[in-house]
Design a binder for this molecule. Structure first.
Ligand SMILES: [Zn+2]
Length: 327
């Protein structure tokens, strides 16, 4: 058994990829149980399944009910906040609230919510601002911490956060890719910062459920590559600047895996048998899994020059304190 213990705070276990379905096509058999088994082997104790809108939150909760190690979040992602207006906004909020209230113990956070100005094509800015703030009602009523998302929107995010900080018990800004100053401002509000492989290695215009970052690696695209390496350096500096008492760790799987082209990949020590085409008992190339959380720890601890076990224990304790306070 692993000497490490982890909580993966951002894991999209409802994604069809974990059922072998890629872009709507069944490519291999459902191997969710193997994915979980691999993660448990390296020390994952709890999985916080991300809910991205009302329907997705229902599915996340439904899955969470199948395993004692699974938990879920309930909320609406900034890129999906137009759903409030496509429905009756108050009713939509009420349904999120009911889902949470009726499943205390399984639902451990309000989220994913926040702002994402990199992807305004999915939801306009004003709508995002309005319904991010509206979701504080959920945090206030349920007294649950928040699982927060902030992309290219730091000033506005901080503004809303400051105005509503006393309405929520706390939370984490996951998949953080902001500056040192932005991280400091969030820590001043007693919020935690979540890192995955992506934060440490690539740039900010990459989002969950998109694969647009592939263009970064296209040969000849030197402008983009240059931007990436600068951003990488800056991100590693940000990671170093945050006290471990304010950090959390996540995979954001099946997205955001460590790529061999990433600067941080040289720090990775643990590898898993991986095939380009799915094979029983193997990871699949380009599908991130919760077991890869150990690789994120390895990069983090190398960059921060910290003992991995000690760092893992701190990250674990931080997460328990915020999301599982009754443990
Ligand atoms: Zn996010």
């Amino acid at each position: 058994m692993s000497r490490f213990k982890f909580v993966d705070i951002g894991i999209n276990l409802t994604d069809p990829m974990f059922r072998g379905i890629y872009r709507g096509v069944q490519k291999h058999q459902d191997d969710l149980q193997d994915v979980i088994e691999r993660a448990v082997q390296i020390g994952v104790k709890k999985f916080m399944i991300t809910g991205g809108n009302l329907q997705d939150s229902k599915e996340a909760l439904h899955l969470a009910q199948t395993n004692d190690m699974f938990f879920s979040t309930v909320g609406c992602h900034p890129t999906r906040c137009d759903e409030f207006e496509k429905n009756d906004p108050d009713l939509y909020l009420m349904e999120l609230l009911n889902l949470t209230e009726n499943n205390k113990g399984k639902v451990v956070a309000i989220g994913e919510c926040g702002l994402d100005f990199d992807r305004l094509q999915f939801c306009p800015r004003d709508t995002q601002l309005k319904y991010f703030e509206k979701q504080f009602e959920l945090a206030e009523q349920t007294k649950l911490p928040m699982f927060l998302h902030c992309r290219n929107s730091h000033a506005e995010f901080l503004d809303i956060m400051k105005r509503n900080r006393d309405r929520c018990v706390g939370g984490v800004v996951h998949s953080f890719d902001g500056t040192k100053e932005a991280a400091a401002a969030l820590m001043d509000l007693d919020l935690y910062i979540g890192f995955n492989a992506l934060c440490m290695q690539v740039m900010s215009d990459v989002g969950r459920h998109t694969m647009t970052f592939m263009y970064l690696y296209r040969p000849g695209n030197s402008q983009k590559l240059r931007t990436r390496s600068l951003k990488t350096e800056a991100n590693l500096e940000v990671l170093k600047s945050i006290p471990s008492e304010k950090l959390m760790i996540e995979t954001d799987a099946p997205w955001c895996g460590v790529k061999s082209t990433h600067a941080g990949s040289k720090y990775v020590k643990t590898s898993f048998p991986t095939k380009k085409k799915w094979e029983n008992g193997h990871c699949v190339k380009d599908r991130n899994e919760p077991c890869h959380i150990i690789q994120i720890l390895e990069i983090m601890s190398a960059v921060r020059e910290q003992d991995p076990l000690e760092l893992a224990n701190t990250l674990y304790n931080n997460t328990i304190k915020v999301f599982f306070p009754d443990m």
